[in-house]
Design a protein around this ligand. Structure first.
Ligand code: GLC
Length: 568
């Protein structure tokens, strides 16, 4: 991928045409089971979200993205969906959903819901029917069933390894095997089956009709597969190029599915939006972000980068170029429900990297395994860098996706006893990865945990245990403290609304390899000092800083926003 300076790129929207909201939105991800618990059963719910509508409004976000709230046996935190067109009774009802939607819409907050099309839950009516119907039935044709290998078919059809560890195949009572690329309880759907395709169109219409504004598409790169026999081995699969013809991932024909979806999205006014979770080669991201397809795609590069000027600059340049290629805007992510929180990552030593430059192991995984003991977490450094990185990100053109709790500067929770862990990764990886529970611990709203109030999460405790230090990071502890992380996010998001303008970025030389500076079209400038030596700032029109300036200089590991020149 060649890198061009997008400052030279032409405008994407004529001035007369307002850009659609999603191009430069601040989208806040809610993991519903851990946000706020209104009915005191220890599990967050939709009325809990409604009760925090003012909090979300005051935070200054443009949209929320809800991780799955559908009926689920929770084998994978709700990404095992048993019914795509309903609400888990533990989280509420469709009426509660409508009330939540209304409360958010009334406050100008749009709502994006998660669609999980690669697999259903094994509790889904279709899978139960497939189990009951037996070999060769049309019910089994909705999934991927095969005979086993070995003389009596007692071995899995192939040696494929699932994302959460162990075999990708599970045997059912009559001896056939089904494919599950993730947990055993998440059978992969057969996207060659027209019935499967039609049903997802119904689901998209169901939520669009209710008024949702967009969709986040889970594992968008894996739906279609070419499982023509003989099936390749895992080693053969790994060796195949990912050029659109791979049997399992990022196939060209998945875009036929999204072209159909786009027609549904565009049949609404305003058109519904979608963002793809697509772990694919960079050069193929624009296919997902195309206006004929999903329209936007996640870029997880910042999330995998060290707190390092060179890496951040490359990530920004590359992704703005990719956005230009697709006609979409870029996305930026520092944290989500699948990774160690960024305040913690930045307080740990930088991860070793593989040949492709990606972290060789999930960053922070070893620290979690040690119970949060080794390597030693430098909390203040992590928080300082997290604040600086956040202000760097929020200045960029495009959409920033924030994960619940990051506005509190929250750290990953490492001290979760084995008996309380929920993530399938923990159960399937033989201790090499304890999983993602540590970023999914229910949010602290209040300073105390009196009488089982779970730091204000709810009166019935917390489905994942909260550590004692959570109180210090609570909303109540931080509100009105101008130096707190929460107030920094509030100020930044509120300013961003007035400052966000055309999708241009111009790099300004700083004379330092550890300081990045960029300007947006209205004179808004963002300066981030990734190093430790102070950097002299030549402008006095300071809008916001992640650390106080010292005699006009930006201290190390800090970002400043400057503004005022010709701001509209
Ligand atoms: C996505 C989700 C993750 C889930 C997986 C399987 O990567 O973000 O949480 O476990 O898909 O659905």
């Amino acid at each position: 991928m060649s890198i061009v300076d997008v400052a030279q790129a032409p405008a994407q929207h004529p001035i007369s045409e307002p850009a659609p909201w999603w191009r430069q939105a601040a989208v806040y991800q809610i993991y519903p089971r851990s946000f706020s618990d209104a009915n005191g059963d220890g599990l967050g719910d939709l009325p809990g979200i409604t009760s925090k509508a003012d909090y979300l409004h005051d935070l200054g976000i443009d949209a929320v993205w809800l991780s799955p709230f559908y009926p689920s046996a929770l084998a994978d935190g709700g990404y095992d969906v048993a019914d795509y067109r309903n609400v888990d009774p533990r989280l509420g009802t469709l009426t509660d959903f409508d009330a939540m939607l209304d409360a958010l819409h009334t406050r100008g907050i749009r709502v994006v819901v998660d669609i999980v099309p690669n697999h259903t839950s094994d509790q889904h009516a279709w899978f139960q029917e497939a189990l009951a119907s037996g070999r060769g039935s049309s019910a089994r044709e909705r999934y991927i069933f095969r005979e086993g290998s070995g003389p009596d078919g007692a071995l899995p059809p192939t040696d494929w390894v699932a994302a959460f560890g162990g075999s990708s195949w599970e045997r059912v009572a009559d001896g056939q095997w089904y494919l599950h690329n993730f947990a055993i309880e998440q059978p992969d759907l057969n996207w060659s089956n027209p019935e499967v395709r039609a049903d997802f169109l119904t689901t998209l219409r169901f939520w669009s009709d209710r008024g949702v504004d967009g969709f986040r598409i889970d594992v968008a790169h894996m739906l279609t597969k070419d499982l023509t026999e003989p099936l390749p081995s895992q080693a053969q699969l790994d060796a195949l190029p990912r050029d659109g013809r791979h049997p399992m991932v990022d196939r060209d024909d998945v875009h036929e599915v999204y072209a159909e979806w786009r027609q549904v999205f565009n049949s609404y006014d305003p058109p519904r939006t979608a963002v793809a979770e697509a772990w694919v080669d960079k050069a193929r991201v624009p296919l997902y972000a195309s206006p004929d397809g999903l329209g936007q795609a996640f870029n997880f590069d910042l999330l995998e980068a060290d707190f390092d000027a060179g890496q951040f600059e490359t990530v920004v340049r590359d992704n703005l170029t990719l956005a230009e290629m697709s006609g979409s805007s870029s996305t930026w992510v520092l944290s989500n429900h699948d990774v160690v929180r960024h305040a913690t990552r930045y307080g740990l030593p930088q991860p070793a990297r593989d040949d492709t430059g990606r972290p060789a192991r999930k960053h922070g995984a070893d620290w979690v395994i040690s119970g949060g003991v080794t390597p030693v977490l430098d909390r203040p450094a992590g928080e300082r860098r997290a604040r600086a990185a956040t202000l760097f990100m929020l200045g960029l053109p495009g959409s920033s996706y924030l994960y619940q709790g990051e506005e509190l500067g929250l750290h990953e929770v490492a001290e979760i006893p084995a008996g309380d862990r929920q993530d399938p990764t923990f159960f399937r990886s033989a201790g090499t990865d304890l999983g993602r529970d540590g970023c999914r611990v229910p949010l602290p709203w209040e300073t105390g945990n009196d009488g089982g109030s779970a730091f204000g999460f709810g009166t019935g405790g917390s489905h994942l245990p909260q550590p004692a230090w959570f109180g210090d990071y609570s909303v109540a502890a931080q509100s009105t403290d101008p130096l707190s992380s929460l107030e920094l996010y509030r100020s930044a998001l509120s300013l961003r609304r007035t400052l966000q303008t055309g999708e241009h970025l111009e790099w300004i030389p700083t004379g330092r390899s550890d300081v990045l500076r960029y300007r947006r079209p209205n004179g808004w400038e963002i300066v981030t000092n990734f190093g430790t030596e102070p950097y002299a700032v030549d402008r006095s029109d300071v809008l916001l800083t992640s650390r106080e300036l010292e005699a006009g200089t930006l201290p190390g590991e800090a970002t400043v926003w400057l503004g005022g020149h010709g701001m509209e």
